[in-house]
Design a protein around this ligand. Sequence first.
Ligand code: FAD
Length: 422
Amino acid sequence: MAKKIVILGGGVIGLATAWGCVKDGHDVTVIDRRKQLRDGCSFGNAGMLVPSHFIPLAAPGMIRLGLKWMWSRESPFAIRPRLSFDLISWLWKFRQASTQKQVDLNSPLLRDLNLAGRQAFLELEHEIPDGFELVKRGLVMLCATHEGLEEEVEVAELANELGVPATVMNPGELADLDPGIRMGVLGGVHFPLDCHLSPNRMMSSLEKHLEQQGVNFCWETSCDQFRSERGRALSRVNAVATSQGDIAGDEFVICGGAWSNLMAGQLGMNLPLQAGKGYSLTLDQPRQLPNVCSILKEARVAVTPMGSTLRFGGTMEIVGHDESISTSRLRGIVRSIPDYFPDFEESDFVGCNPWVGLRPCSPDGLPYVGRSQKHENLLIATGHGMMGISLSMITGKLIADAIEQRASGIDGLDRISPSRYA
Ligand SMILES: Cc1cc2nc3c(=O)[nH]c(=O)nc-3n(C[C@H](O)[C@H](O)[C@H](O)COP(=O)(O)OP(=O)(O)OC[C@H]3O[C@@H](n4cnc5c(N)ncnc54)[C@H](O)[C@@H]3O)c2cc1C
């Protein structure tokens, strides 16, 4: 039976959820407080689909690395210390999740979700063939140090054991793989199943496609409160109170990115989430244009060719919902590039407009996808951290499956339940 589905948030996860639900014949409304011509986290990111990212951010060694990096203003990671119960509790949960046992449990699930996410993108590409290009040439992790290369060789072994193909390459093999750019690295690992796309283009094509399918968009409309009532066992949401009046529905899906915890909190749900600020810089006329996207291992910088332009993205700053731009962090990104691509110079970036986005980060590095256990008609889709593009389309399908009470065929979904920290 067709239902009225109200999706709160019009980033990539909100649009993907609309995509999943409209296919089932539902009447779908997407609400976002930003203008239609928005530029949030789902736009200026690196646009990579990453089956290679089966190790969650919360992993052994991350706390040590984070503490080391905290003292540098140009490092790729930072936490602004502040007296916040939410931050302290999130850090504690991050520490608890950063064990080998948790990584071993969560890696197969991340692999399955990312592979299913890639498959779902192939479906979307088929549906809107002129909408965006999904470039299927893989991703290379480029290593400038022996230590970095040793670590990546270990990840490649693990990847192959998990069924994610990975090939260790020397500098000559890397040059053959991508003659488009000169590399000054010791070696790297090629993950052939990874893909890339231009998120700006994909987002506008998907939005247009959804409009054609009858999805209703309410821009510049903020979701301020919920109208809910207590049932015998579970509560029920009747409407969301917005800046444009109440919007009623049968099912409500919170897709508010880094602000989702504030929305869920209004309904008494504990959704541990921190905003992870990142930046990108896009060169319109780069000196050289690689064919394959890459991650500069030690610098933690993602490099993606998008048409004739080249985007560099990086940094993870846990600084609350602050969207200001730190020039020292940007300098950190720019300074690292010639270590990997020696023909590039810092001066190439003079006059290049920086972009900033807030990633929704859960403490265990897994998204929150599924039904709330407190409200019978509330679902959550957020917390995708560094993988929101990669996991977007499978998230849309999982939410649609939950609404239809359909089996999804992916094992271990209880580990991405939004109630796991309840
Ligand atoms: C530098 C960088 C590089 C990245 N690279 C990649 C990559 O290569 N691959 C990948 O998979 N991921 C990448 N990511 C992560 C990815 O961009 C995010 O995970 C993803 O965009 C999150 O999407 P979202 O829809 O959850 O959030 P958002 O895009 O932030 O959307 C949430 C929306 O909710 C709206 N909203 C919030 N509160 C309210 C309210 N109260 N009322 C109305 N509207 C509200 C907001 O206005 C916003 O539009 C990167 C991120 C960064 C910062």
